[in-house]
Design a protein around this ligand. Structure first.
Ligand SMILES: [Zn+2]
Length: 84
């Protein structure tokens, strides 16, 4: 399996359609930020989720800048595709 967004209803998970070019982020290494990501994804999915990757569709641009690009070691960009 390739890398998939951990959000169950995410449109990028549907392999029957042309994959959208979105940036996929791995969970932050920081425990606190990681727990925040997991909390959000579990809430959205309404079930326990083993969060590995979340795509850029679930972030506001400013959130990415602040929580991801704003500091070191918060996560690693996996797929450098353009975000539409
Ligand atoms: Zn997604």
């Amino acid at each position: 399996m390739g890398r998939l967004c951990s959000v169950i209803n995410c449109s990028t998970r549907n392999s029957n359609v042309t994959p959208e070019r979105v940036t996929l982020f791995s969970v932050p290494k920081d425990d606190y930020l990681k727990s925040q990501w997991i909390n959000v994804v579990c809430a959205v999915n309404n079930r326990e989720t083993n969060v590995k990757f979340v795509c850029a569709k679930h972030f506001k641009t400013e959130d990415i800048k602040r929580t991801y690009y704003g500091s070191e070691n918060l996560g690693s960009e996996v797929n450098n595709a353009d975000v539409e």
